[in-house]
Write a new protein. Structure first.
Length: 226
């Protein structure tokens, strides 16, 4: 099957899964931004998603996308290293035309994966998972697992979580800023004229996306200081 056997096929899988994950991040950011204006509105969204069948199907689908994306990323990296062999040690200077993010996508991807694990621990395991197993997690202020706004406030009252999330989101920005236009190029949607345009559009889009997440982190952190 060409999606597995060929390098182009593997890049297509990376592009499609990456694009789907960007769409999910956009939805997730918009959902989080509701917490900037109303904790009740954010909790209503959390209740709507919760452990309902459609949310569980979406969670499983999202997990499959993440696994495929990272597995294929490692696969492509290994194949590229094998193809270059010892030649990768022959040049000590990086071409100026190659952006920093493209040279460090694997490292950035690992940071993003570690940040995802932290996020799952801080939120998913204390909210949706508790609904699935009928648990009663999230104790600090005696709030229930369905009080997402209180969980956000509690999590980002800790400076070390704020710092870790900012590092994670910075790595995500670099990863997505390259991945956005690279995916479109792989799918054949950008020629010489549109390549630069997609790079600019991608940078703007990804910047707004990451700023949306960071705004929630910082607002709840400074709100906790007051």
């Amino acid at each position: 099957m060409w999606l597995i056997d060929s390098s182009i096929g593997r890049k297509v899988v990376m592009s499609v899964t990456g694009g789907a994950l960007i769409l999910f991040l956009t939805f997730h950011m918009a959902m989080n931004c509701a917490a900037l204006f109303s904790g009740e509105a954010y909790n209503a969204i959390c209740e709507f998603l919760g452990a309902n069948w459609y949310a569980l199907v979406g969670t499983v689908g999202l997990a499959v996308l993440v696994v495929l994306h990272f597995v294929y990323a490692f696969w492509l990296t290994i194949q590229n290293r094998k193809a270059r062999g010892t030649e990768r040690y022959a040049v000590t200077e990086k071409p100026q035309t190659v952006e920093w993010a493209s040279q460090n996508m694997l490292v950035l991807g690992i940071i993003v994966a570690l940040g995802l694990c932290l996020h799952l621990f801080n939120f998913w395991s204390k909210m949706q998972l508790q609904e699935i197993i009928h648990g009663t997690n999230f104790v600090p202020g005696q709030e229930s697992a369905t009080d997402g706004a209180a969980l956000i406030a509690y999590t980002f009252s800790k400076w070390y979580y704020v710092l870790l999330y900012i590092v994670w989101l910075a790595a995500l920005w670099f990863h997505l800023s390259h991945g956005f236009w690279s995916a479109l190029q792989t799918l054949g949607w950008s020629g010489k004229t549109w390549l630069k345009r997609w790079q600019v559009i991608g940078n703007i889009y990804v910047t707004l996306l990451v700023l949306g997440f960071i705004s929630v982190v910082l607002m709840y952190f400074f709100k906790g200081l007051c």
